[in-house]
Write a protein that binds this ligand. Structure first.
Ligand code: PLP
Length: 438
């Protein structure tokens, strides 16, 4: 056999091993989900090999007859799902959606306010010094919204003070970006909208994590609470393929369209747009039930871990109102080491900075926290009683220091009955089944 053929075969071996691992594991990464077999089918179509620059029916390329119909359908479904006047489904990821926002509404050198990364902000909102997209790519000056560490939510009064200080310095924010990657409680948009409106800032909301919860009517409704622009990832609590999107009002449509194309995309992953259309239809049909169970699972999971000795944050407010919560793991080790131990037991989650970690001298490789999300396990059909079992597996590894290999056997056994994707129209193919089309 030639080495090229061997390398070629190796790629397929890796696919198979990965699929087999996820079939047996507990996927608890808050930013991930499992799409339906229907969405996976969309990703394998010829749509993914085509170009369609521009807006549907005003394309720069031929061959777009069916692609245009699909994209217009996707726009219609997304408008309905989010009650949005204007939707652009072309940004190819959450980061690109944020870049569309920055390009459309700010100039390099402008001030943007957002959460710092240890407080739940995302690297795409980060300062230049940290290599963040906002600073390093669009040259925004990033100033921080204030977080109340105990409440794990924005501190309204302190944030207002910071805005006032920026105004006094002659550097008022041009843009505020609410939302983040650790987003357990709805942000107080109504309480802060007026403050930002008065200084002339565009009000935006990064719904990468919570888009599905918003669509299912289970979190907050930013467009009704005073937000001008919402940016999305379509694959976190919204269970589509990896892609992005921007929601807004008709009065901002031209600015956003121009920033997306010719600004930020040429091809825009048409197979993924088709997958988003499918996921939106699934959300319209099953979204309410799915997000209700996702939030219930997160609360029950937080409670079960708390009762077993884990320092789950925000216990006094029921741990979370979303799919995600945080644990201060410093009693048992550091986030990096615990993440690895759990991975060896097939429990897949990620380490996370806590708001006070940087001051305590901890950094991203070995932070004080771990982050857990319940969207994917909910999609697999788990409910509150199952979360108690998952909490018990975690306790055996982290607190009892049992050999991860022995826990792994029980995790694999437990996972056997959760092999189908729920909250979708058709699920004859198992969630992580490797599908061969060669
Ligand atoms: C995940 C995330 C993003 C980036 O999304 P991608 O689709 O991975 O580019 C942006 N903002 C927030 C708050 C996120 O959590």
């Amino acid at each position: 056999m030639t080495t090229a053929r061997k390398d070629y075969d190796t790629v397929f071996d890796l696919f198979k091993q990965h699929h087999a691992w996820f079939r047996d594991a507990l996927p608890l990464i808050a930013s991930e989900n499992i799409p339906s077999p229907a969405v996976r089918e969309a990703l394998a179509t010829d749509f993914g090999n085509r170009y369609a620059e521009g807006w549907p029916e005003e394309r720069v390329y031929a061959g777009c007859t069916y692609i245009d119909q699909m994209e217009l359908l996707c726009i219609r479904l997304m408008k309905k799902l989010f009650k949005a006047e204007f939707v652009d489904v072309r940004p190819i990821s959450g980061v690109v959606s944020n870049l569309v926002l920055y390009t459309a509404f700010t100039d390099p050198g402008d001030v943007m306010m957002a959460l710092p990364i240890p407080c739940g902000g995302h690297i795409s909102m980060g300062k230049k010094r940290l290599g963040g997209t906002a600073g390093a790519v669009h040259d925004l000056i990033v100033e921080y919204l204030a977080l109340d560490h105990n409440e794990l939510n924005l501190d309204v009064d302190k944030t207002k003070d910071r805005v006032e200080k920026l105004v006094q310095k002659g550097k008022p924010p041009k843009l505020v970006l609410f939302g983040g990657s650790v987003f357990p409680f709805p942000h107080p948009i109504r309480e802060l909208a007026e403050t930002f409106r008065e200084v002339g800032a565009t009000i935006a909301y990064d719904a990468a994590h919570v888009a599905g919860l918003i669509a299912g009517g289970c979190f907050q409704d930013p467009l009704r609470e005073g937000v001008d622009v919402v940016t999305l990832s379509t694959h976190k609590t919204l269970f589509g393929p990896q892609h992005g999107g921007v929601l807004s009002w008709d009065r901002y449509a031209d600015k956003i369209k121009r920033a997306t194309f010719p600004g930020l995309v040429s091809n825009h992953h048409l197979h993924a747009v088709a997958g988003v259309a499918i996921a939106c239809a699934e959300m319209i049909e099953f979204g309410k039930a799915y997000v209700t169970q996702t939030v219930r699972n997160a609360k029950a999971f937080g409670q079960a871990l708390y009762e077993r000795g884990f320092d789950v944050l925000a216990q006094h407010k029921g741990f979370t109102e979303s799919h995600v919560f945080l644990i201060d793991i410093t009693k048992y080790g550091d986030g990096g080491t615990i993440e690895e131990e759990l991975e060896r037991a097939n429990v897949i989650l990620n380490r996370n900075l806590l708001p006070w970690d940087i001051k305590a001298g901890r950094h991203f490789m070995h932070p004080g926290g771990i982050r857990l999300g319940t969207s994917e396990v909910t999609r697999l059909g788990m409910c509150e009683s199952d979360m108690i079992e998952v909490a018990e597996f975690m306790k055996r590894v982290v607190i009892d220091k049992e050999d991860p290999n022995s826990v792994k056997k029980d995790v694999t056994e437990f996972r056997r009955e959760f092999q189908k994707v729920h909250f979708c129209f058709e699920n004859t193919t198992e969630a992580y089944k490797y599908v061969r089309i060669r």
